[in-house]
Design a protein around this ligand. Structure first.
Ligand code: SF4
Ligand code: SF4
Length: 214
């Protein structure tokens, strides 16, 4: 079970910026168990966004947001609402934000920080991974995690070593930062890369030494 904490509302509103219409997604898996993204928290967040002058175009609760097939299936009935919205806000772990980003061509704002694995799970074979860093930066990277996917853990990339989209460390893996640039270009949000992301403060993660366990 991935342990999450909701980000401060001010930070979420900062991500949303001038966008007016938001589609809200929650997860009935780990996030509901952590009281960060279940039915109650989605309803509370809807109220907070509306109080802040935002329109909530729609809401959806997905059984397990870490499963991109399930995200695709359960968001399908909301296609019109999602198309009408400026962006999505995801109350779930980092994997869920990444899975949602992989199936929706809109910005997906992370509403939570993932702080711990909360135990063990089976081998994870999907591309979307989270290192439970405790301060999610997916807002600035188009929903692709540089902590989990860049060989040098670069918070501000690329390093300049990639060749034809492959990482200089291994030709078998894509350059995470090339993927990030491609994704932000597709969304018309390359401006997100102008934010300089501070070096990781691993003290906010409850997974001690997560980076060394990759
Ligand atoms: S930045 Fe990456 S490692 Fe950190 S919480 Fe987000 S998805 Fe997880
Ligand atoms: S080539 Fe890309 S993925 Fe590899 S270390 Fe450099 S920025 Fe990171």
């Amino acid at each position: 079970m991935l342990i999450t904490k909701q980000k401060p509302l001010e930070q979420i509103l900062g991500y949303i910026g001038n966008e007016k219409s938001i589609f809200l997604v929650g997860c009935k898996g780990c996030a509901e168990g952590c009281h960060t993204g279940g039915e109650k928290e989605v309803s509370e967040m809807k109220q907070k966004l509306e109080q802040a002058g935002k329109k909530v175009a729609g809401t959806a609760l997905i059984d397990f947001m870490c499963n991109d097939s399930q995200v695709r299936l359960m968001l399908q009935p909301h296609e019109t609402e999602i198309l009408a919205s400026d962006s999505l806000l995801a109350l779930c772990c980092g994997v869920g934000v990444q899975a949602t980003s992989s199936v929706v061509d809109k910005m997906v704002h992370p509403g939570c920080n993932t702080v711990s694995l909360g135990g063990r799970h089976a081998e994870w074979r999907e591309a979307e991974r989270c290192m439970e860093c405790g301060d999610c930066v997916l807002e600035y990277t188009g929903g692709i995690c540089p902590v989990a996917r860049c060989s040098k853990f670069l918070m501000n990339g690329p390093c300049g070593g990639s060749v034809k989209g492959k990482c200089e460390v291994s030709q078998d893996i894509p350059c995470a930062w090339q993927l990030i640039i491609d994704r932000l270009t597709k969304l018309g949000r390359l401006d997100k890369m102008q934010t300089i992301v501070a070096p990781k403060d691993w003290s906010v993660s409850l997974t001690a030494g997560a980076a060394s366990k990759r």
